[in-house]
Design a protein around this ligand. Structure first.
Ligand SMILES: *Cc1c(COP(=O)(O)O)cnc(C)c1O
Length: 490
């Protein structure tokens, strides 16, 4: 290979690292259950909850960590989570049914997003907390509670359209939530419906990585809570939604080197780094770089619980610059959070078998065809660029003189576009048919959001794996229950 490899090596923590160092197990599983295969690590979700909890403790805050269920459809992860003290944020009727069936009592469930009638009905009937998305939804909920003589519904008002008081922070438009500018009339309704709903707090969820935007929203929520108290309402919680993020690529230098090289490739000052010269949103217009890089920031210095910590430490301009956490604590407000992606960080891997390795037309690069569709490994779809780990069929194999290779990863559909990634991927050695490529950290969104049965190819099976007394145990995702005492049976 002529050029320097541009690696984007995944961040691997325990127990994912140990799993990937167990080639025998991964080959046994894929031989038995097919490729692609999703392996979930339920114990890790409990460890992630604990990381969020430690941030709460550091700021002396109480409140609930609700897992945003939509990030993963795994039964094992949800059932394992039910064995912790965390809650779950459900966004559909089926997710609510799943949460109830996994062992979450209604006091540990919040129903978010726009709701269809059956979803809202079951939420009201089971008395889960409802994050009310709009005025129409509030009215619908009130009619259900009154019409069926249900107990008063605990509600959060989801708000959007926050504005900063000082330096203008752009708040992107959201389809969800009620505009904070119109909160007055909304609170009038809440007061009028006091027999049917109890306002327990206000909420936001911003689909952004921007801390400034979120700090403005949290501060805006604190001001709304003040307005509520002025009216004699007693809400005492702010739900800061999700979007804490995950760092997929371990080393910052690799990420920076790669994005710089991608820019150069788009400008034509170095050979292409993608299939067909794709620019991930960047383009070359007469020698000038245009567009914006439409990628997830795959290396994140601050993500997950650390990101929550940073948010809480931000000063609130309209409250004399005091940190947001201090303001929450002073009023004894509960802090709720709804991490999705961040709570399933390191909780899963998608494994695919190599079917064929051949030189591409130009002969410079290799085409590696996998027994998986692009939709099975939807990292690319979510803008996440990260290398797979080669899990050799024969660990002792590896031939002399074998060095790094540049490959394109193709899926198993008869479709030109079925590329696992459009990026040229650099691997430390040439993979062989029968090897596995392991795509780390796919539990959040990448396993379930896109999975199809296109071309009658099966969707990936899911298994749960955990360590017990120093060895790996596994079962089908459907069969997993946390029946063994936490910490195993040693
Ligand atoms: C999707 C979603 C989340 C989770 O977002 P992440 O980026 O996965 O943390 C939380 N709350 C709501 C309302 C959502 O729609």
């Amino acid at each position: 290979m002529g050029e320097e490899p541009l690696y984007l090596e995944p961040r691997l923590e325990e127990p994912l690292r140990s799993l990937l160092e167990s080639p025998g197990l991964l080959h046994t599983l894929t031989n038995a259950l097919g490729s692609p295969l999703n392996v979930l690590l339920p114990d890790r979700i409990a460890a992630n909850v604990e990381r969020f909890r430690s941030v709460y403790r550091a700021h002396h805050l109480s409140g609930q960590v609700w897992f945003a269920h939509k990030a993963s459809g795994s039964r094992a992860l949800l059932r394992r989570l039910a064995a912790t003290d965390a809650g779950v944020d459900v966004a559909s009727l089926t997710e609510l049914q799943h949460a109830l069936g996994a062992g979450f009592t209604p006091d540990r469930i919040v129903a978010t997003g726009p709701k269809n009638p059956p979803f809202l009905w079951l939420a009201a009937r089971t008395s889960v907390t409802v994050a009310v998305d709009s005025r129409a939804e509030l009215e619908h909920l009130v009619s259900l509670v009154r019409g069926h003589a249900l107990s008063r519904a605990r509600i959060l008002l989801r708000l959007s359209g926050f504005e900063s008081t000082g330096v203008r922070v752009l708040s992107r438009r959201s389809r969800f939530g009620s505009p904070v500018a119109n909160v007055g009339p909304l609170l009038d309704e809440v007061e009028r419906y006091g027999d049917a709903v109890e306002l327990v707090g206000v909420a936001y969820h911003l689909d952004t990585t921007g801390l400034d935007e979120k700090a403005v929203a949290l501060e805006g929520c604190l001001r709304v809570l003040e307005e509520c108290r002025g009216r004699g309402l007693r809400p005492a919680a702010v739900d800061v939604g999700g979007g804490f993020g995950v760092s997929y690529v371990d080393e910052r230098e690799q990420w920076e080197r790669y994005t710089t090289a991608l820019t150069d490739a788009v400008l034509g000052t170095r050979p292409p780094l993608t299939w067909g010269g794709h620019g991930y949103g960047l383009r070359n217009e007469g020698g000038t770089l245009r567009g914006t890089l439409g990628l997830y920031p795959a290396h994140r210095p601050v993500a997950g619980a650390g990101y929550l910590d940073e948010l809480l430490s931000r000063p609130a301009a309209s409250f004399g610059g005091r940190p947001l956490a201090a303001l929450l604590l002073e009023h004894l407000y509960d802090l709720h959070a709804e991490p999705g992606r961040a709570l399933v960080d390191q909780c899963g891997v998608t494994v695919a078998k190599v079917l064929e390795v051949r030189a591409d037309d130009a002969g410079a690069q290799l085409l590696v065809r996998l027994a998986a569709k692009a939709d099975d490994v939807a990292l690319e779809d979510h803008g996440v660029l990260v290398d797979p780990v080669v899990v050799p069929r024969d660990p002792a194999g590896g031939r002399a003189g074998d060095g790094p290779v540049a490959v394109h990863l193709a899926g198993s559909l008869c479709l030109e576009t079925d590329l696992i990634t459009r990026r040229t991927v650099f691997l430390p050695r040439r993979p062989e048919p029968g090897d596995l490529l392991a795509f780390a950290n796919t539990a959040g969104y990448c396993m379930d959001f896109r999975a199809t049965r296109a071309q009658q190819q099966p969707a990936a099976r899911k298994v749960a794996a955990w360590q017990e007394g120093g060895s790996w145990q596994w079962c089908l995702d459907d069969e997993y229950w946390p029946t063994v005492p936490v910490g195993g049976t040693q």
